[in-house]
Every structure is written in structure tokens, then in C-alpha cells.
Design a protein around this ligand. Structure first.
Ligand code: SF4
Length: 577
């Protein structure tokens, strides 16, 4: 491995175990990402690009059959040496069966009433449990290497390698704000700075938070606070003075003044009036909107709310006092601890500033407001930036971006690509960019690997691949990019150029080249012998038997056009209008 190599995958072969049998997802993948380099991995859907990336960071559920993945010289594939512990493994598998099928039945028989030795039965059953415990201890010992490797991979993920997923909406947690999600990532990777206040100070301030909340409410919303206090006072007065008060006209006037005649309380004789008077709260809502400012529409808009409020108030006054007292008591018992807990979980000012700084780094406009938002409140481009910010928060050395711009429009796409290149330039982060869009590759990458049907078929610098491709599949991909040309320049073509056919099923067996059913140059050699990667120029490799036929890309494109017309497999023409 060269010194500047950060990630090196060599001859990787993996399969998935499914109910229908194993699915061979990767057949032979070899590629390299150098330090500070942006490497593009390109190919059609179903070629194995995402499986390659997920296997690289140990997140794929596949089984690795062969090959190695080295990050900065350290092996990331764990090959368990089963032969080394074969005897112990057999013993640990055998002991539980021996206990369940032999010791336990004997023990239970001796526990039966007609047997005269229950102690023996008890000891036999206990012996069974001891054997099971021994089996578990042996397995724990055998898998210690495995646990060490898991620990190593957990460290690598996030600290050294991060991944941006294709669809940020499914990758972000919809229940947490942006700041909380970025904070969690930083916390679990130990990237947070010192807190500005100690835990005990924070606890004391949280205990005071219910009173502070109430104080702020009174201070900043005085009108609501005054109305609420008045109504509360009336309720308390009426509750204390009892039904005798009803006969007093003075009280009635006072009640009307406060717009809550429902306080007519005693509710037994004047229940009809309650609803009528409760409507008197409506003018208060209108008055309030007028004072706070706003259009006629905003004033009218308050009517439903005020009406609902007055009804709630009427119901409260109808309800017997003990019930109201119990409800209020329960409300306080639940809400006060909640206010305290929520306040305690608020981010420390230092940590919030750290999150804001990271959002500034990915050029999110107004980061102070964005930190408090939930993913559904952000646009697609903003969500993708938040994902990038989250991944960059741990300052990884390698960023794997799995089709990060697929769901975005071209303007946002350009911004995200610019951002990724900027991150590489400023922080020296290597990037492995997975895409099926050769335009994105051309815009961003230093080197490219082309994948087809679970194998890398061509690799080289961006100039090698775009200006001088040598594998027919790469030439077909480049030829398939729609171009905006005048009708005179179409050279008589009536259909969009395509690679005919489709990527084969992963389980389809090929003796020779996996691309041969779709290749215009396929012959018996291609059908029978698998092509190895050959160096066509310095650092430029292509897996093809006939690289002598692909020197002139224009000729290959013409061959594809003719081949497409006569192709009888799955595929077809896209007619140009
Ligand atoms: S080996 Fe043969 S079938 Fe495969 S790409 Fe080359 S020419 Fe086509």
C-alpha cells in the first residue's frame, strides 16, 4: 500500500444470506482512496456501490467471503479463526443440549412425589444450569477477539470515517431538533468542549425554571396574565363565598365586568346563564388583539380561540370544586417536574455555540434559528447540509457520501458539491463519492472507479476516465449522458444513446466478462474467460480483453448505437422528440 493511501479495498467478495439462498452482491472489488483525495465510485443502480461503502464501515449485513479493507493500514474485516477454537466451540455448543435433553428430564423425574430423592433431582437440575453457564463463559472467551474488533469499528465510525446517506429525511431523527442531533453525535464521540456551567449550578437553575417561566410570562404577556389572574381571583372568591353570593346584583355586575358571568358559580340555579355570559369573553379577545396591534382579520381570528377559552372556563365553573382542585393538582404534579427536566436537558451555551459554528461551516443561513428546528421544517438542501454538518462534527479523515445530491435540484446540488470540495480543501478530508451521475464526478473528483455488476471494471484519474476511457461499459455510460445539441448536430440519430439491456441479477453466473451480453465487442474469449485488470496507461486500469478496440471512443459509441438497434434483450430506445 502506498503511504498516501487512506482506504484500500482489495479483491472484496461478499454475499447476503436470504431465504432464497445466498445472493452474491460483490464479486471482485478493488479500489483505493488516497489522503486528501476525492474519489468517485460510479455505475448503474444495482452495481454494488452502496454495498461496497457500507461494508467498508462494517454496517452491511453481508458476509465477507474474501478480500480485505484497510483503513490507514489497519484491517477492518474481521476474519474469525474458527479452527483455532474448534474444540472449545464444539464443547460450548454441546453443553446446553446435554443439559436440556439429559440432565433436566432426569432431575424433574427425581422431583416427582413418587420418587424418594428430591435432593438428587434438585442437584441434577442445578448441574444442568452450571453446564449452561460454563458454555456461555466459553463462548464469551472465544468471542473476545470479535468484541475487540467491534470496539475498534465503533471507534473508526464517526471518529475516523463518516457517512452521508442518500436521503437525509430518513437518516435524521424527526423527533429531535437539529442541535440535539448534532450534539448527540459529538457527545458520543467525545468532541464537546468544556461546559460553561457546572452540573450543580445547572440543576439549581432548572429547579427554579417553573418560577422563571411564570415570571417571564407575566413580564412579556401582561394582558393575558392580567385576564388570567382576574378570572382566577373571581373563581377563588366565588368558591369561598358560596351560593349566597348569587343573589347579589353587585357581584353579577362585577362578574360581567370580568367577562365571565359563568362564575355564576353555584351552578345549581343559574346554569343557563353560564353559557350566555361566557360569550362575554369574546370582546376581551378582540380588545386584546386591538391593543397588541394587527389587522381586522387578525382580530377576527381570535374569536374561535376566545370562544373556546370561555367555554373551558364555563365548564370549570360548573365542575364541583374538589374535582377542579384535583385536576389542577394533577396538572401541577406532572407539569412542574416536566418543566424542570426539559430545562435541565437544554444544551449548555458552549455546546450550542459549537453546534452553531459547525452549521456556519456548512454555510447554513441563519444557523441560530436552524439549531432549534426539526428536520421537517427544513428544505431538502438544508437537511443535506445538516447531515454533512453532523458527519463533519467529528472531523473524520474520510467522508463516504452515498449519492448525496440525488434528490436535489441542480442549484442546490452545485452548492452541496462546492461545500464538499471546500471541506476537503480546508480540512484535508478525503471523500469517497458514490453516484451514478457522471456530471457530479466530473465536477468534483480527482480519481474515479467504475463499477459494474459487483466488480470494479475501470479505474484511473478523472482525466483518464472522462477523456480516455478504455472499458466499453465506461464509454457506454459517458455516451448515455443526454446532451443539449441543435437538431442539425444529431448526426441523424432519432433516439437517446443507451447501453442496451440491464445489469444482470447478482446470482447469474458468468464464466467470462459479466458485461458481455451488453457489449458490442463480445466474442468467445469474452464469454469464456474473465478479463483481469490491465494497465492501459500509467495508473489507468481497465478490465477488458479488447482494449485495443476502445482507443477511439467515437468508434465505440457508433458500435453501441448499431448494437442497441439490434439488441434483443431487455432494454430499448428512448425516442428523441
Ligand atoms: S471483455 Fe469483451 S465483453 Fe467484456 S467489455 Fe471487454 S470486449 Fe466487452
Amino acid at each position: 500500500m502506498s503511504d498516501d493511501s487512506l482506504l484500500k479495498i482489495k479483491n472484496l467478495k461478499v454475499h447476503f444470506d436470504t431465504l432464497e439462498g445466498p445472493v452474491e452482491a460483490l464479486h471482485d472489488v478493488s479500489l483505493e482512496v488516497k489522503k486528501g483525495q476525492i474519489m468517485g465510485l460510479v455505475g448503474e443502480s444495482g452495481c454494488g456501490k452502496s454495498v461496497t461503502s457500507l461494508t467498508s464501515i462494517g454496517l452491511a449485513t453481508c458476509i465477507v467471503d474474501e478480500g480485505s479493507i484497510k483503513y490507514d493500514g489497519k484491517e477492518m474485516i474481521f476474519h474469525e479463526n474458527k479452527e483455532k477454537n474448534l474444540l472449545l466451540l464444539l464443547i460450548s455448543n454441546f453443553l446446553p443440549y446435554f443439559s436440556v435433553f439429559f440432565l433436566f428430564p432426569i432431575g424433574f423425574v427425581y422431583l416427582m412425589p413418587f420418587m424418594e430423592d428430591p435432593l438428587f433431582g434438585f442437584l441434577v437440575i442445578m448441574g444442568g444450569f452450571v453446564l449452561i453457564a460454563i458454555s456461555m463463559a466459553i463462548k464469551f472467551f472465544i468471542h473476545s477477539d470479535n468484541r475487540e474488533h467491534d470496539k475498534f469499528m465503533r471507534y473508526i465510525r464517526g471518529n475516523e470515517i463518516s457517512m452521508i446517506f442518500q436521503e437525509p429525511m430518513t437518516a435524521l431523527n424527526p423527533l429531535y431538533t437539529v442541535e440535539k442531533q448534532i450534539f448527540e453525535v459529538m457527545k458520543s464521540h467525545d468532541r464537546l468542549s468544556e461546559s460553561s456551567i457546572s452540573k450543580s449550578t445547572k440543576l439549581i437553575s432548572s429547579l427554579k425554571s417553573p418560577l422563571v417561566t411564570l415570571y417571564n410570562w407575566i413580564l412579556y404577556d401582561r394582558f393575558s396574565a392580567a385576564i388570567f389572574s382576574s378570572l382566577l381571583m373571581i373563581y377563588l372568591v366565588v368558591s369561598c363565598m358560596g351560593p349566597g353570593l348569587i343573589s347579589s346584583w353587585g357581584t353579577k355586575i362585577a362578574i360581567i365586568f370580568y367577562a365571565s358571568a359563568e362564575v355564576n358559580l353555584s351552578c345549581y340555579n343559574y346554569s343557563d346563564d353560564i353559557i350566555i355570559y361566557s360569550f362575554l369573553l369574546i370582546p376581551f379577545g378582540i380588545l386584546r388583539s386591538s391593543i397588541m396591534g394587527g389587522s381586522l382579520f387578525s382580530v377576527l381570528r381570535t374569536i374561535p380561540f376566545t370562544f373556546t377559552l370561555s367555554l373551558i372556563y364555563a365548564i370549570i365553573l360548573w365542575t364541583p370544586n374538589p374535582v377542579v382542585g384535583t385536576v389542577i393538582g394533577l396538572f401541577l404534579v406532572v407539569s412542574i417536574p416536566l418543566v424542570i427536566v426539559i430545562d435541565f436537558l437544554q444544551l449548555d451555551p458552549n455546546h450550542r455555540n459549537q453546534v452553531i459554528k459547525i452549521l456556519e461551516d456548512v454555510q447554513i443561513p441563519n444557523p441560530r434559528a436552524v439549531v432549534t428546528m426539526y428536520p421537517h421544517e427544513l428544505s431538502g438542501g438544508m437537511r443535506q447540509r445538516v447531515m454533512i454538518a453532523m458527519m463533519m462534527s467529528c472531523e473524520p479523515k474520510l467522508l463516504i457520501a452515498d449519492e448525496p445530491t440525488t434528490a436535489l435540484d441542480v442549484t442546490i446540488q452545485a452548492q452541496i458539491l462546492h461545500l464538499m470540495r471546500d471541506l476537503r480543501d480546508r480540512k484535508g478530508t478525503s471523500i469517497m463519492l458514490i453516484t451514478h451521475d457522471l456530471g457530479v464526478i466530473a465536477e468534483l473528483c480527482d480519481s474515479v472507479s467504475v463499477m459494474y455488476a459487483g466488480s470494479v471494471v475501470e479505474t484511473g484519474t478523472i482525466e483518464d476516465i472522462l477523456a480516455n476511457p478504455r472499458m466499453p461499459y465506461t464509454i457506454g455510460l459517458l455516451h448515455s449522458i443526454p446532451k443539449i445539441v441543435h437538431s442539425d448536430e444529431r448526426e441523424g440519430r432519432t433516439s437517446l444513446p443507451i447501453i442496451p439491456g440491464q445489469v444482470p441479477d447478482p446470482n447469474t453466473h458468468f464464466d467470462g466478462c459479466r458485461f458481455h451480453p451488453r457489449c458490442p465487442f463480445a466474442d468467445d474469449l469474452c464469454r469464456s474467460i474473465r478479463p483481469e485488470m490491465i494497465e492501459v496507461s500509467e495508473g489507468h486500469y481497465a478490465a477488458c480483453h479488447h482494449t485495443n478496440l476502445t482507443i477511439n471512443s467515437k468508434d465505440v459509441e457508433s458500435s453501441f448505437d448499431i448494437f442497441s438497434k439490434n439488441f434483443e434483450g431487455v432494454g430499448g430506445e428512448v425516442i428523441v422528440r
